[in-house]
Design a protein around this ligand. Sequence first.
Ligand SMILES: NC(=O)c1ccc[n+]([C@@H]2O[C@H](COP(=O)([O-])OP(=O)(O)OC[C@H]3O[C@@H](n4cnc5c(N)ncnc54)[C@H](O)[C@@H]3O)[C@@H](O)[C@H]2O)c1
Length: 447
Amino acid sequence: MQRRDFLSASFALGAGAVFPRGALAARERLRLGIIGTGLRGQVLLQELLRRPDVEIAGLCDIEPLMLAKALAQVDKAGRPRPPTWGDDRHPYAYQRMLDAQRLDGVIISTPWEWHAAMAIDAMNAKVPVGCEVVAGISLQDHWDVLNVQLRSGTPYMLLENVCFRRDVMAVLRMVREGLFGELIHMQGGYQHDLRAVKFNSGDPAKPYGGGVEFGPKAWSEARWRTEHSVRRNGELYPSHGIGPCAMWANINRGNRFTHLNSFATKARGLREYVQSLGGKEHPNAGVTFSLGDVVTTTLACANGETILLQHDTSLPRPYSLGFRVQGTRGLWMDVNRSIHVEGRSPAHQWEPFGPYQDRFDHPLWTKHQAQATGAGHGGMDFFVIHAFVEALKAGSDMPIDIYDAVTWSAITPLSEMSIQAGFQTVPFPDFTGGLWSSRRPTFALGA
Ligand SMILES: NC(=O)c1ccc[n+]([C@@H]2O[C@H](COP(=O)([O-])OP(=O)(O)OC[C@H]3O[C@@H](n4cnc5c(N)ncnc54)[C@H](O)[C@@H]3O)[C@@H](O)[C@H]2O)c1
């Protein structure tokens, strides 16, 4: 049996399957590849290069400059250069890497429209997947990714880093220890002014802003992400907001989403940005954007909670994921870094979150904070890669698994359906096929 067949067969044994002792030696070091060495792929590569238990065994990108940047990172880390794929710009070059490189895992960090196809090909090739935070585009994509994972038994993790944010994890501990009483309502979202990400000059030295180009003339995310704002209207990037909420609310583990409803405002921000920066004569000044500037989505849960998500990426605003966790005994909000707990806080008053953060710091953070220092996004990127690599090495279940991935990511097509149907409430599919009621929480139970 080839090593990766063995690997996959071991995972297919099911929840908590662990490799037999004799196999552990082979699992101390993983051969990993990356598909998509763009700006995010380079951040994830940096995390992998910091780890002695990972060998970079293959890199694939269809943009030679992005590949060159990734190779320069490998050189700087003093690691051997891996073979590269996609130098010929062939969009399916990644399949050759999957076939040739005997990988123990692959990270997918490409444009959203590629994630489902790449994950399906990797899982069919028995290469475990760590996928950036969109599982697919259409609802059918989500069923396809799920079904291939279930059929192949190949591990799949959604690389949702915000679940590992320090305050988010401390709040998870507070929720589990009952500080807020019974959970009633949560909020989160993606509230991030992306105008300078969605448009640039096409100069690789200035990937963020400095122009009003998007599509083939642009660089990095402006090359592909902006097109989604042209064609689609919905909650286009749910997972940074919903991931933490789903962990707090035990979604797919004793709870599930039952209904979804989305409202979208008019679209003004992106056009105004192009016109003010590029002038009214610029060819992009007349583009019609479908994406409402603020998209508000409400989810109802089987256990009686509601979750409100906001997608807000086209207007001037400071960054905030806008978290709120509210229960029968109090609430936390991240925007003012404040908390109120009945019986502890002065009546009707906020308290600063800092002392609570110290008191409820998650053991994962306490244990690994030295390694997380300097990692991307305030340390979260260390944890998400650490979780993926350690689960692969141990042969244990993925901490953010296929059910989490498709459930969180399917919010996008469902919100598009809701908006298209005149803001109708739509039923939320049960991707677990009923397993949600017997599955138990596993995320971050210890250090
Ligand atoms: N978790 C996070 O915090 C976070 C942050 C940024 C981006 N992301 C996600 O990461 C992904 C990549 O985003 P990015 O900012 O790196 O974008 P990017 O445009 O900088 O990188 C994407 C790369 O994929 C390459 N690519 C496109 N098609 C390909 C193909 N068929 N085969 C191989 N390579 C291909 C492109 O050439 C490009 O280099 C997206 O899904 C994005 O949403 C996540």
